[in-house]
Design a protein around this ligand. Structure first.
Ligand code: KG4
Ligand code: ZN
Length: 348
């Protein structure tokens, strides 16, 4: 039984969490997430502003997480902190703070890969979302299809060739005049459209052909930039965008989800997995989870989607992944550094 403090500052959420437990028997004692609102004004994350905002928030956010869990730093066995991938200036705030806290309190220091955190996130809510499973991680920066045989034993099956799924949502939202980040606005608008309204805009599901074979790289990979361009043409060709926006949003979402669902189902089938775990901000999309469940039911598989607080960036998942490594003896030194990009540990 260990007590971990998790810290996450890789992008635009300053987050701290306290987690207790051992193996898969864990309890989330607290989770504080401070989303940086300032980036909305700019329509995207401004790295320098993100670093500064982390600097002002990291201490109160952490104090709040400790207080909510009714623990003090002296109780903490290990500090788990995101070391990458992400914005390096933003990451450095969390890494430097994590080091100081660990050094000052005598706790161990454990660096965590942000995407490995996402793999663990759903299990904090759904105890059955544990390996073996097929994972689809879809965020603003990543689109990864991963086979998880055991915790720490991962196989990268597919990724996006260009835009991440969330990035595609955000860019299409911009084309339709919706606020940033646009994913949930597209989902809402798409939900208002009837199938009739979407039909005239029907887009091809990207990277999906029936003759693709297991072993070929395009069997599991996805791509969204062509779909985004198709949306651009539809928007330009519209004589009444106010009338057409709903149908376009729905047709876009259907095509993107259709591609993700089919690729994920291929992965689950190829490895005989009975569980599909979603993660990342786009996993908040209800239509994605519903379409996924619909498709993989025929494989006898169940889909686990995290609630929004655990789908988007948060320190609970970092503490959870950190616990796994801490229990296996990982101890990082004060020379721990931040990296804009880095491989997931245990990834084949
Ligand atoms: O994981 P996340 O919070 O941050 C990173 O990018 O790491 O993901 C944010 C992304 C944004 O692109 C946002 O538009 C998208 O997740 N998103 C959604 C939904 N909610 C958030 N995309 C589709 N449908 C949603 N309901
Ligand atoms: Zn993330």
């Amino acid at each position: 039984m260990s007590l971990l403090l998790g810290i996450e500052t890789s992008c635009d959420e300053t987050s701290a969490a306290v987690l207790s437990g051992t193996d898969d028997d864990v309890k989330l004692e607290s989770l504080v997430i401070l989303s940086q609102d300032v980036h909305r004004v700019f329509g995207g994350v401004v790295p320098e502003l993100a670093s500064r905002a982390h600097l002002t928030s990291i201490v109160p956010v952490t104090e709040r997480a400790l207080a909510d869990a009714s623990v003090t730093l002296g109780d903490v066995d290990a500090v788990a902190v995101t070391v990458g991938p992400g914005l390096v200036g933003a990451l450095l705030v969390g890494v430097s703070f994590g080091k100081a806290v660990a050094h000052g309190s005598g706790a161990a220091l454990v660096g965590v890969h942000h995407m490995e955190g996402h793999l663990f996130a759903t299990s904090l809510e759904h105890p059955d979302a544990v390996p073996p499973f097929t994972a689809l991680l879809v965020s603003g920066g990543h689109t990864l299809l991963i086979d998880v045989e055991r915790w720490g034993v991962y196989k990268m099956l597919g990724a996006t060739r260009d835009d991440a799924a969330g990035e595609a949502f955000d860019k299409v939202a911009k084309l339709l005049g919706l606020p940033y980040p646009g994913g949930r606005h597209i989902e809402r608008l798409a939900g208002e459209a009837s199938a009739d309204e979407a039909r005239p805009f029907r887009f091809t599901k990207p990277m999906l052909r029936g003759d693709q074979q297991l072993g070929e790289p395009d069997y599991f990979d996805v791509s969204f930039s062509g779909l985004k361009t198709a949306v651009l043409h539809a928007v330009r060709g519209s004589t009444d965008l106010e009338r057409d926006a709903r149908g376009i949003a729905r047709a876009f979402q259907d095509a993107l989800i259709g591609s993700l669902v089919e690729k994920t189902a291929r992965a689950a089938a190829a490895f005989g997995r009975k569980r599909v775990v979603l993660g990342g901000g786009v996993a908040c999309n209800r239509a994605l989870a519903a379409a996924m469940q619909d498709r993989v039911s025929s494989l006898g598989a169940t889909v686990f989607a995290p609630k929004p607080r655990l789908a988007t960036d948060n320190a609970a998942m970092i503490a959870r992944a950190g616990l796994f490594h801490f229990e296996r003896g990982v101890r990082d030194s004060l020379s721990l550094n931040a990296f804009a990009s880095m491989p997931i540990p245990g990834m084949a």
